[in-house]
Ligand binder design. Sequence first.
Ligand code: CA
Length: 236
Amino acid sequence: MDPGNRRVLLVEDEQTIADVVRDYLLKAGFQVDMAADGFTALKVAASRQPDLVILDRMLPGLDGVEVCRRLRQTMSVPVIMVTALGTEDDRILGLEMGADDYVTKPFSPRELVLRVKSVLRRSVKEFAPEPSVEAAGLELDPASRTVTHNGNPLALTVREFDLLAFLMRRPNQVFSREELIKAVWGWDFGDLSTVTVHVRRLREKIEANPTTPELIKTVWGVGYRFDDTGGGHGRQ
Ligand code: CA
């Protein structure tokens, strides 16, 4: 990945933080656009088509969660949400609204730049795409990063796509949340609720009834597995 071709939109209303993070991103070779409030962020995102958005949770006007939700309606751009320390509800809410990753304030700008690179690596095809995979009415095409369910296109975020692809390629195998966070997110450690939230979001998009999932099954005390015989039975 050449950072010089990559454009990051930094949405942060605290000028000193914004300046420091911008400098780190520039030093790492990224192109940087800035916005200090939610409405401006949406306008800049639409006109500049960034490759990634760093989005502060607390913003004047339109808060980060709402900005993320609106971005999701029109773009599949990866979002890293920045939340205040200790506000777990905010973080979960951010992930549920479609953020791909998060950092908590106060954060190290160096760490944030590493997260940016990690998320971008996963959203950019750096190698020959893998063949598409089909199971249980789902068809996943890594080349175009599209998924359809019974022929209907699904809007998945970068991490949702990666998680589904990982599970679909390994049907009927059980993976723990630790294994998934390492394989799909590339983190050696991290908050495992990130996996839980993404599984819940995926289920809402692919399961006929998300509360009794037939595709991504929970194996209690162990983790999750993709059941390639699931779904499609007894449905309308
Ligand atoms: Ca703020």
